[in-house]
Write a protein that binds this ligand. Structure first.
Ligand code: PHE
Ligand code: ZN
Ligand code: ZN
Ligand code: ZN
Length: 280
């Protein structure tokens, strides 16, 4: 069903109201407004967690634009760059969309249990019918977008950046080029990064759904070339607090967060209006 009781035009800003105004639910729930329970392997002894999914009431349901970020963190720390950054940016995009016309259906996912092995996104994709998968025209993923020693990395869906991962499903190249155009328009460089499934886009590309996203780096070290392009410090991790207790509110780079939040809003708004660049 596409009849979920969420109208982006009716959302109101204001922290205490945000989730009250979100009617959460998705195609798996059966009942509009229901929350889908995430089944976590009982042998892990971790109990139950939940994906939180909300979509526009209106818009063409044959062209679903899906946008996701994982909401969980590792137990070692609060997970503000990983992944409060992506979660906050997509939430703000959703809130700002009340000012926009929406031609396509836009579905936001706040994934559970990414850190346990993409459990939330994996369950979601695997429980969709083929028809439901076919209606998802693209998936955009945002996991770590404000690393303190950041680089603007785009998932290499067009396999043109020599990073070694395979090209994504058809349409992934167009998504990478769309994101890249935003940075180019601001006079900012980007580099490619592995499109190997190490975040919640993995289950989507595994079933052939085109995907893309932005990443500012995790435990890897910034190269000298990247330091020349983006500033920051070569031979130091993009995020020295990756999966550590120090990934607090003091960790994110606010310039990267601001630029990437704008890039997300730009791409979501464009695809909400027109997905014709993505092959059927
Ligand atoms: N998924 C990784 C994590 O949450 C981080 C990551 C994001 C790695 C994107 C590569 C690309 O720890
Ligand atoms: Zn992580
Ligand atoms: Zn992450
Ligand atoms: Zn590329």
């Amino acid at each position: 069903t596409d009849a979920f009781p969420l109208d982006i035009g009716e959302w109101r800003a204001g922290i205490p109201m945000v989730f009250a105004d979100f009617a959460v639910g998705n195609e798996l729930a059966g009942t509009p407004g229901a929350v889908v329970r995430l089944k976590v392997d009982a042998t892990l002894g971790l109990g139950t967690s939940h994906n939180v999914i909300a979509e526009t009431r209106f818009g063409d349901s044959r062209n679903v634009v899906m946008v996701g970020a994982h909401l969980d963190s590792v137990p070692e720390g609060p997970g503000i760059n990983d992944n409060g950054s992506g979660s906050a940016a997509i939430l703000e995009t959703a809130l700002q969309m009340k000012h926009l016309p929406v031609r396509n259906k836009v579905r936001f996912a706040f994934w559970a249990a990414e850190e346990l092995g993409l459990l939330g996104s994996d369950q979601y994709v695997n429980e969709l019918t083929q028809e439901q998968r076919d209606r998802i025209r693209l998936y955009l993923n945002f996991d770590m977008i404000a690393s303190p020693n950041y680089a603007y990395k785009l998932y290499d869906g067009d396999d043109s950046d020599g990073v070694g991962s395979p090209a994504g499903p058809p349409g992934s190249a167009e998504i990478e080029q769309r994101l890249k155009a935003f940075f180019t328009g601001r006079g900012l460089p980007t580099v490619g990064t592995d499109f190997d499934g190490r975040s919640d886009y993995g289950p989507f590309i595994a079933v052939g759904i085109p995907a893309g996203g932005i990443f500012t780096g995790a435990e890897g070290a910034k190269t000298a070339e990247e330091a020349a392009l983006f500033g920051g410090t070569a031979d130091v991790a993009y995020d020295v607090c990756y999966h550590q207790a120090c990934d607090t509110i003091a960790n994110p780079n606010m310039t990267a967060l601001d630029v990437n939040a704008d890039a997300i809003a730009d791409s979501v708004a464009r695809y909400a209006f027109n997905t014709s660049a993505i092959p059927e």
